[in-house]
Design a protein around this ligand. Sequence first.
Ligand code: SF4
Ligand code: FES
Length: 258
Amino acid sequence: MNLVLLVWRQENARAVGHMQRIEAKDISPDMSFLEMLDVVNERLTVAGQSPITFDHDCREGICGSCGVVINGVPHGPQPGTTTCQLHMRHFCDGQVIVIEPFRARAFPVIRDLMVDRSAFDRVIAAGGFITSPTGSAPDGNAVLVSKGAADAAMDAADCIGCGACVAACPNASGSLFVAAKISHLGLLPQGQVERDTRALHMVAQMDAEAFGSCTNHGECEVACPKGISLETIARMNRDYIAASITKRPKTAGSGGTG
Ligand code: SF4
Ligand code: FES
């Protein structure tokens, strides 16, 4: 395949970026999108030019490191597929492919296609944990979990923290990611102790980062490579409202439960 790439190039977060036109010739349709970028980078390096910076790790669709906007779509044209699992056979010979970083104020560009997603890490640190004592593995049947709760928690745990939901949202909201992390623990018996504080702290941290608000566009659900559903956000909102009432700070005459 011979392709024309229009790639976003940007030295650092403060530099002005621009699109660079790069011809990618003799690309195998069996290559993944990242392998195609590897080939392009080798050629750029041999030609004495700066290779394209992009993020990646597992290349198996499980770590959430990769992720670029391909022809306007986070992770590209294949539904339910991360950038690293996308193959060049889904493009046409001669096609122009526009490649940009995930664009959101909360994800500043580090260089070219790589963005800083540490805002997600800070949201997790605010409440994405349980405080049960660790030690040897408990007996599998010691804590019973209903099938419905186990399935819903596992579905939420599918979130790989890639950030495509933020890139797809017109408000750059982090709600789908945060809701998945709150649900994953909040649905299980082991996650009940901190259920209220988890919802309050993680939502507060999301608000403290530069994410926008959710206004129910639903673009996040469409872009998510792991099928995290909008229902997860509804569950987060229910948890947050309940926690806002039961954990309201006590003030004189408020009757709050503290
Ligand atoms: S909710 Fe989906 S799109 Fe958002 S970070 Fe998790 S896996 Fe990625
Ligand atoms: S590199 Fe790990 S999900 Fe793509």
